[in-house]
Design a protein around this ligand. Sequence first.
Ligand code: GLC
Length: 635
Amino acid sequence: MTFTELLERRAIKKLAAIWIVIGLLIWSAACASAQPPVTEVVETLPAVEDETIDYLNPALSSEERAEDLLARMTLEEKLGQMTLIEKGSLVSGDIARYYLGGVLSGGGGYPAGYNSPDGWRDMVVEFQAEALDTRLGIPIIYGVDAVHGHNDVKGAVIFPHNIGLGAAANPALVEQIGEITALETSATAIKWNYAPVLAVVQDIRWGRTYESYGEDPELVGMLGEAYIRGLQGEDLSSPTSVAATAKHFVGDGGTIWGTSTTANYMIDQGDTIVDEETLREIHLAPYYPALEAGAKIVMISFSSWNGEKMHGHDYLINTVLKGEMGFDGFVVSDWQGIDQVADNFYDAVVQSVNAGVDMNMVPYNANLFIFSLQSAVENGDITEERINDAVRRILTVKFIMGLFEDPNLESLDTSIVGSAEHRAVAQEAVSQSLVLLQNENAALPIDKNATVFVAGVDADDIGVQCGGWTIEWQGRSGYITTGTTIVEGLEQIGGENVYYNRFGKFEQFGQQGDVGIVVIGESPYAEGVGDSDDLELSETDIALIERMRPQVDKLVIVLVSGRPLIITEQLPLADAWVAAWLPGTEGQGVASNLYGEHPFTGKLPVSWPRSIDQLPLNETGADPLFAFGYGLEID
Ligand code: GLC
């Protein structure tokens, strides 16, 4: 809906109200014949077009418009703006009832029963219509985790997860990925993306290792900045610009194994135990380029710093982020992140809002949160000034994003989602992300006429290639969305010379294969569900490698995983080893490198340990199997 249409709609509503008033006056005059006639002419209400409603005037600055709107809001409307609810928790009317500021799709939060780009657009536009129908017509901001493409949407192109992009270490490519992600996300009427992760992973036992660009703050800062520039473009109010979220502030990648207190997690949401200098040097560093790139939203980390939960950390949020770093956007909590701050919810709300959390990803119970917030204001535990500060920040960002002028991104359509052009970029990203760890016996590149035996269930599984945060929160193996598996990519190049048997049974061919390719790795996981100190290859995978060895002349192992795995003992079993990370939907990118159509250029974004007890490497100082920055090339 455009600003003009919005005004017209308002004019119609106002005119309707005027006729009702006039009708009532005529009716009451007719009924009150005994009373003296109305002596004064009822003033005619000013025509809407004469009234300047500043917050609806795009000629004014976002700050001026926010100030005008804030002054018009009731406390109830303000508290609603600070509330972010997961769409699955809403019943019809809730957005208007609570004047909600934001709605999100949590991981896998696709429209019930109809996961398609159009299904997503219809769902978001319907939620938005409710918000626009409130007294002040403040649009919601709808958020989603499009962390490696618009990954919850069936048919969207899925890029390599960040660890693979860290291996590619190509900011121009990452910026392009940001642009494409924005195109596919905004096409579904969504303008808020909970990405990029700026974690600087220090211990690969962490289930979110693959969401990090790597262990080096410079690398993470460079790629995070590039992604934000691509996602947001030059002007956040452009229909195809999507607001980034720099996350998770701060120190999410530095937690210590065994310190997590969440569910059965071991390191995710744990405690980052470092001095302030180290926190700043490693974990805070990437936020400077991110803010420089124009990030207007920062999400707080579940983790703690030296035992204090980040969601309640007044010094790091208020003093450092908003004060010292001059962050003028808004801070959003993570999923029930404020709940972890104190034993009871009321204290948790007070502490986190006073620490600087502006919008709260509640995400279930709007009523309880708003009631707690209102009580805190009435008790003086949270000042109206703090509420106004939070709401001013949120509204200013909404005005900067152009949400009032074009809340449904009317000019866009979903035809570009998953386009061949976008998939070509994703394939290039896959090729640049691969790291060649070993290449003996000139195993690679493979000759197109060679007889190739391919084994491993992971060679033909889109879900495994994509990993977590794909269609479902945890991801899922199987044909979960449109794409090309690794073996399909090999068949596209090698044609009839490529034979696939997931169990590695090629004895019936009665001949040696020239080259064997075994694709093994990790099943999909997300967040703390992926915390693990058992990163050895499985017995099944080792048996498959051993089975393939005698059947082929040269043996190549392709690892599809969210992090380095412990392969030290198995290394001599094969001639070549390739780290493919979590490549996403374009598995043909792997085949392209194996056949030498694209060079291996990727370098390790994280150190590759010899054994688990070397972790965390920066603590033990042990020498890894392969160092950060390692990666072979083929002349
Ligand atoms: C999750 C993640 C965060 C994500 C949010 C919304 O728990 O920690 O990265 O953006 O919830 O899905």
